[in-house]
Design a protein around this ligand. Structure first.
Ligand code: PNS
Length: 164
C-alpha cells in the first residue's frame, strides 16, 4: 500500500492546495494531509480551523485523512508508515526552497521519497500569503479558495484585518 504525506501550513487552504490534494489522492492508496502545528508561530487561522477546513473539503474522499504534526516531518512520516512526501511546485521560484527541503528530508530519512506535483497553471501564482493579504484588505478572493470554504475564509480574514 502506497501511503503519502502532504504537509503544509495551510494558512489558509487555497485552490492550489486543493488541486494538489486531488492529484495526489489519485496516485496513492492513502493520503495524509498533515498540518504543521508550530506553537511558536502565530498563524492567522488556528490549528483547529485549518484542520476543520481540510476535513470538510476532503470528507468525500475515503482515502484521505487530515492530521496535525509538530517537530520533524520525517519523524511524522515514519510514525505514519508513509513512503513518500508530496509537495506542490508552482513556479521556478519555489524550486530552491523545495529542493533544499527535499534533500534535507532525504538526508534525515533516505527511505522517504519526495514527489513534486504541479497545480493547474491558473494557480501557479497563488499562495496562502497572498490570499491572506487580499482578504484582510477586503479584496475579492473568490476562486482563490475552495468554494465551500469561501464565506468562512472571507469572514475570518476580515476579522483578522480589522476591515470594516
Ligand atoms: O506550507 P508550507 O509552509 O510551505 O509547509 C512547510 C512545511 C510544513 C512542509 C515545512 O516547514 C516542514 O516540514 N516543517 C517541519 C519541520 C521539518 O521537518 N524541517 C526539516 C525540513 S527542512
Amino acid at each position: 500500500m502506497l501511503k503519502a504525506i502532504y504537509p503544509g501550513t495551510f494558512d489558509p487552504v487555497t485552490m492550489g492546495h486543493w488541486d494538489i490534494i486531488q492529484r495526489a489522492e489519485k496516485l496513492v492508496d492513502h493520503l495524509v494531509v498533515a498540518v504543521l502545528h508550530n506553537p511558536a508561530k502565530q498563524p492567522t487561522f488556528s490549528i483547529a480551523e485549518r484542520v476543520d477546513f481540510l476535513r470538510e473539503l476532503t470528507q468525500p474522499y475515503a482515502n484521505v485523512e487530515v492530521a496535525t504534526f509538530n517537530g520533524l516531518l520525517v519523524d511524522f512520516a515514519r510514525q505514519q508508515g508513509a513512503q513518500c512526501i508530496i509537495r506542490g511546485v508552482r513556479a521556478y521560484s519555489d524550486f530552491e526552497y523545495e529542493f533544499q527541503m527535499a534533500l534535507m528530508n532525504r538526508k534525515l530519512a533516505p527511505e522517504l521519497e519526495t514527489l513534486f506535483l504541479m497545480p493547474k497553471e491558473e494557480f501557479s501564482v497563488l499562495s496562502s500569503r497572498m490570499v491572506r493579504e487580499v482578504g484582510m484588505m477586503g479584496g475579492n478572493i473568490t476562486g482563490l479558495v475552495p468554494e465551500i470554504l469561501l464565506e468562512r475564509t472571507v469572514l475570518r480574514l476580515k476579522e483578522s484585518g480589522n476591515f470594516s
